[in-house]
Design a protein around this ligand. Structure first.
Ligand code: 1HE
Length: 270
């Protein structure tokens, strides 16, 4: 499986908690702490930042998955007890910085989910631009039971994905969603059979990587910001972004190819 991926040399080859491989324009980042269900410690978080900073310039999309039985069990709870309140604020801000780097990075990220996607693991999944879940996936936010609160941007990202009311329910009652419920709620974009999430994520990432880079830039950088703006500001920024994208040579070449019948039709690509 995924035979065409090989280890990425450079700083990523030194990482303890991440396996980083590449195949042409795709990089596959695999959370690799299966004995602790890929729970994210401070050292693990630092490695995520290193990996996303060290993406090769010609990388056009990332697939993010987890090794072992689960995608990610969230925050490494063994480190919580040692933190003061002041340390806690800084800790959460470090997660924000790492996760903003993923969401607002240079390349689209497709997450492949399976097993537990819990707490900070769900917050991490929410930073991705697309999520493929297999049917073993389950989602939880047990912060209420653990006496803590989300700290990895979940209160900002998750209501935008699946709604404020559902997130409140998950945090207050500890409600766990199965894969089908998560798909219906908008936590995943695609639902596949067990063991198939990485394959599907790679397939989608290849498609995404073949888009015009400036279109992908606009989708990653402008779209979420416009969603946060007032209607009037959003429409204005949309007009600017649209003009910038259309003015690019690549856009002109792609539109010309369609008009000259050299490009695929919608729903009937070659
Ligand atoms: C961990 C963690 C962890 C597992 N921190 N060590 N997250 C949670 O509250 C989720 C807690 N974890 C679980 O509910 C379960 O471990 C799972 C459902 C994810 C998986 O169950 P299972 O039976 O496959 O594994 P396990 O036997 O429970 O765990 C295997 C080992 O991983 C075990 O350690 P060991 O030394 O006894 O082998 C567990 O202690 C360890 N482990 N999860 C530390 N999370 C930025 S703020 C974000 C806030 C949050 O993320 S809150 C949610 C925290």
């Amino acid at each position: 499986m995924h035979d065409d991926f090989s280890p990425l040399p450079g700083p990523c080859s030194q990482l303890r908690f991440l396996q980083v491989t590449r195949s042409e324009a795709l990089v596959h980042l695999r959370l690799h702490r299966p004995d602790k269900r890929n729970a994210i410690s401070d050292a693990f978080l630092a490695e995520l930042q290193i990996a996303f900073s060290a993406l090769p310039p010609d990388c056009r999309a990332v697939v993010l998955s987890g090794a072992g039985e689960h995608f990610c069990a969230g925050l490494d709870l063994s480190e919580v007890m040692e933190r003061s309140v002041a340390d806690g604020v800084l800790h959460s801000r470090a997660w924000h910085q790492a996760f903003e780097q993923i969401q607002y990075g240079r390349v689209p990220v497709v997450a492949a989910l399976h097993g537990a996607v819990i707490g900070g693991g769900l917050e991490l999944a929410a930073t991705a631009h697309l999520r493929v879940a297999d049917r073993s996936t389950f989602y939880g936010l047990p912060e209420g039971q653990r006496g803590i609160f989300v700290g990895g941007g979940g209160s900002v990202r998750l209501p935008r994905l699946a709604g404020f009311s559902l997130m409140t329910d998950m945090m207050l009652t500890g409600r766990v969603l199965d894969a089908a419920e998560g798909q219906a709620a908008g936590l995943s974009n695609y639902l596949v059979e067990p063991g198939k999430a990485v394959d599907r994520a790679i397939e989608l990432a290849r498609k995404v990587a073949s888009n015009a880079p400036l279109s992908n830039f606009a989708i990653l950088q402008a779209l979420p910001r416009i969603a946060d703006m007032s209607r009037s500001d959003g429409l204005f920024v949309e007009a600017l972004m649209s003009a910038v994208a259309q003015g690019d040579d690549e856009a002109k070449a792609r539109v010309r190819a369609f008009l000259e019948k050299r490009a695929g039709k919608v729903g009937r690509e070659a």
